[in-house]
Design a protein around this ligand. Structure first.
Ligand code: SAM
Length: 305
């Protein structure tokens, strides 16, 4: 079987979920099943719910994980729905490896690559909104907002203007065309100018920050007694959400900072942070898989009992 994706931080993920010897682990981003397979092998008594919004990835993993039989259940959905759906089960682990898989990036017809002939970027091809709609139909203010907030692009106004000028002549139909426009504004030397633009558009198309927040909210609301939560993110905006949420989950006092005396009952923590700092790829992994360079894993242990 030719496996199109190398799982990032595999040893670190295995270590995080090592002690789990019963119940269910939810892999919110099953992808090509690399993490899922390792967890099924390492934790022989657990069941795995493998969720992905990309049917192509799920089909691949169904074959890859066939040998585990009924220990695996597949879920074609957005991960923002999966925890609420299964909260009645004994969930002991939740993993999310958020981002685009190598296959999604490499398959030109998915439109994630700079040299694609289409403008798409939908992780779930059944969804309506695509990069084409964002680039050709959003008004200039909305484009500026996305470029500034999701791409942190210094020259967001200039780039939004260039996009609007170009599409006034003819619709922008491909990632290639879009990439050429991005090159006109330059950017930070080390980062390809299209990188930030494509990141921004991808976040908008897939509502990446929104679904991450909903996932974290759903985990908290599930009232789980004991569960390890590991989230791998690939850009600072996502990592910030994970960091702030885990910090909040570990705090007993949730009073506003200006109150003189605690009024909240001082009992709001739902567990503890297991990673004070984000876990990043080792030099050996970076050498083997350059795509691991921006991966950050944060781990939280929910323990209410
Ligand atoms: C980086 S890959 C995961 C790779 C996987 N851990 C492995 O070892 O093969 C990310 C996967 O998450 C999926 N994904 C991203 N956001 C999602 C969401 N909101 N809901 C469901 N799946 C999502 C993508 O379709 C992609 O297949």
């Amino acid at each position: 079987m030719n496996i199109p994706h190398i799982p990032v931080l595999l040893n670190e993920v295995k270590a995080a979920f090592q002690g789990i010897d019963e119940g269910v682990i939810v892999d919110c981003t099953l992808g090509y099943g690399g993490h899922g397979e390792a967890l099924l092998e390492q934790n022989p008594n657990i069941k795995l719910i493998g969720c992905d919004q990309d049917a192509e990835a799920l089909r691949f993993s169904q074959k890859r994980l066939e040998r585990f039989g009924e220990r695996v259940q597949f879920e074609h959905d957005n991960f923002s729905n999966v925890i609420a759906k299964y909260r009645h089960l004994p969930l002991r682990g939740i993993l999310a490896d958020i981002g685009v898989s190598s296959l999604q990036l490499d398959k030109k017809e998915r439109g994630f690559a700079f040299d694609s002939d289409v403008l798409d970027m939908r992780m779930n091809p059944e969804q309506e909104l695509s990069a084409y709609d964002v680039i050709n139909r959003y008004d200039q203010d909305a484009l500026e907002f996305i470029l500034r907030e999701y791409g942190e692009i210094h020259e967001h106004k200039k780039l939004a203007q260039l996009i609007c000028d170009a599409r006034a002549k003819a619709p922008i139909k491909s990632a290639k065309e879009l990439s050429k426009i991005a090159e006109k504004v330059g950017g930070k030397k080390k980062i390809h100018p299209s990188t930030l633009l494509f990141q921004a558009i991808r976040i908008e198309v897939n509502n990446e920050l929104g679904v991450l927040s909903t996932l974290l909210e759903s985990i908290k609301n599930a009232d789980l007694e004991h569960c390890i939560v590991g989230i791998i993110s690939f850009h600072s905006l996502e990592d910030r959400i994970v960091k702030q949420t885990f910090k909040l989950w570990s705090q007993n006092c949730i009073c506003p900072p200006d109150v003189m005396r605690c009024m909240c009952g001082n009992n709001h923590a739902i567990g503890k942070l297991l990673s004070k700092k984000p876990i990043e790829a080792s030099a050996a992994e970076l050498k083997k898989n350059p795509r691991s360079r921006s991966a950050k894993l944060r781990i939280f242990e929910i323990r209410r009992a």
